[in-house]
Design a binder for this molecule. Structure first.
Ligand code: NDP
Ligand code: MG
Length: 386
């Protein structure tokens, strides 16, 4: 029987690469749901090609256009963010691929796990905001959560077949486009410079997050929840070539690493086909062409937000939710040209100072905290406006 996928965020970078895998293996996969935020034309084109049972356009303003465009197809059309959490629970879904970006992915992840669906997870913000809840719900139901993020896929691949717990994990980081940029120049980098990632081609938000190392900080939080680690068991190591995707160290000192070219098709396919691998036909790693694999510690002075993520993780409660919400507002304001690159830090730090701390948040508390953080972050961004 084919594996039936509900693909959330199908029009994005991970979403499109997931559809590449489905296209190559039509005998293995079938798509039951596709969803987009606002890019309705891309959603309609995907729906015509993959013939899902349903599509969701999260931005309700485009509902009529999607409905009209798909009127002659046997495809149900839904709109609104609540529909994202509903379509994943249907009996026709085996695996939910969550390729949404931002806080918007959290409730659909929770909903998938509660409906006992296998969750192939790219949306790291789900675990940044509500990792404890999502992992608990998954453990109670024995629902697998399969990481798509390349570092976590690497760790997951290194752990496969091991019965001993890891001593620590080493999450590698490319260092982003500003690895060698002096602190003084970081103040004035442009949107274009920040969007030019050296090794990976990704959505805009994660590309900015990679340049500030917020993405790496979020990956530390993601690793904690996925693999049940303490913050001090998670190290970040800058490895500019992005060949080693991450490593695991065991009690006896053995270190396992997963290597490959930087290409998200591999971790996506691994999550979908786990525990099996399969031909991918992508470029293969040629060691004779990558003579230098280099490593260095991250610079927490120029990139303090990596430390902020560790601090939030240690503080617990809703801290990571606050950091996430304020980061989303700050990154969006920077991308719109409203604040300077360096102000992303000020918005996040300022919000963390002002937002109410909740020690044991419920899911409703996260929603309220996300709203509050965004409001505070918008106020700070407004004051910093260029
Ligand atoms: P993109 O921005 O390329 O795509 C995001 C997808 O989510 C699009 O389909 C978009 O729709 C949809 N979307 C955006 N906002 C909303 C919303 N508010 N409600 C509903 N749908 C929405 O992101 P990426 O594919 O780059 O990233 C997706 C996730 O995967 C992120 O969490 C990221 O951190 C993670 N990730 C990505 C990697 C990559 O290589 N890209 C690598 C590792 C992790 P529309 O097209 O209409 O805007
Ligand atoms: Mg990653």
């Amino acid at each position: 029987m084919k594996q039936r996928l509900a693909l959330l965020g199908s029009t994005g970078s991970i979403g499109c690469q997931t559809l590449d895998i489905v296209r190559r293996r039509p005998e293995e996969f079938e798509v039951t749901t596709l969803t987009a935020g606002s890019r309705w034309e891309a959603l309609v084109a995907q729906a015509r090609e993959f013939q899902p049972d349903s599509v969701v356009i999260a931005d309700e303003r485009y509902y009529e256009r999607v409905r009209e465009a798909l009127a002659s197809e046997p495809i149900k059309v839904y709109a609104g963010s609540e529909a994202l959490s509903q379509v994943v629970t249907g009996g026709e879904v085996d695996t939910v691929v969550n390729a949404l970006v931002g806080y918007a992915g959290m409730l659909p992840s929770l909903s998938a796990v509660k409906a006992s669906k296998r969750l192939a997870l790219a949306n790291k913000e789900s675990l940044v905001v509500a990792g404890e809840h999502i992992m608990r719900e998954a453990a109670e139901r024995n629902v697998p959560i399969l990481p798509i993020d390349s570092e976590h896929s690497a760790i997951f691949q290194c752990l496969a077949g091991e019965v001993s717990a890891p001593r620590r994990v080493i999450v590698t980081a490319s260092g982003g486009p500003f690895l060698r940029t002096p602190a003084e120049e970081l103040k004035n980098v442009t949107v274009e410079q920040a969007l030019a990632h050296p090794n990976w081609s990704m959505g805009a938000k994660i590309t900015i997050d990679s340049s500030t190392l917020v993405n790496k900080g979020f990956e530390v939080i993601e690793a904690k929840w996925l693999f049940g680690l303490k913050p001090e068991q998670i190290d970040v190591l800058v490895h500019p070539q992005s060949i080693i995707h991450s490593m695991v160290e065991f009690e006896d000192g053995a270190i396992k690493a997963q290597l490959g070219t930087p290409d998200m098709h591999l971790p996506i396919q691994y999550a979908l086909r786990f525990p099996e691998r399969g031909e991918l036909g992508e470029e293969r790693l040629d060691f004779s062409k990558c003579a230098n694999l280099t490593f260095e510690a991250p610079d927490l002075v120029r990139f303090p937000l990596l430390q902020t993520a560790y601090d939030c993780l240690r503080k617990g409660g809703n801290s990571c939710c606050v950091m996430n919400g304020s980061n989303e507002v700050a990154v969006a304001a920077f991308l719109r040209g409203e604040i300077k690159y360096i102000d992303i830090q000020s918005v996040i730090m300022g919000t963390l100072e002002k937002a109410q701390f909740v020690a044991n948040p419920t899911i409703d508390d996260y929603a309220a905290s996300n709203e509050e953080s965004r409001r505070i972050a918008r106020e700070i961004a407004q004051r910093l406006r260029k």
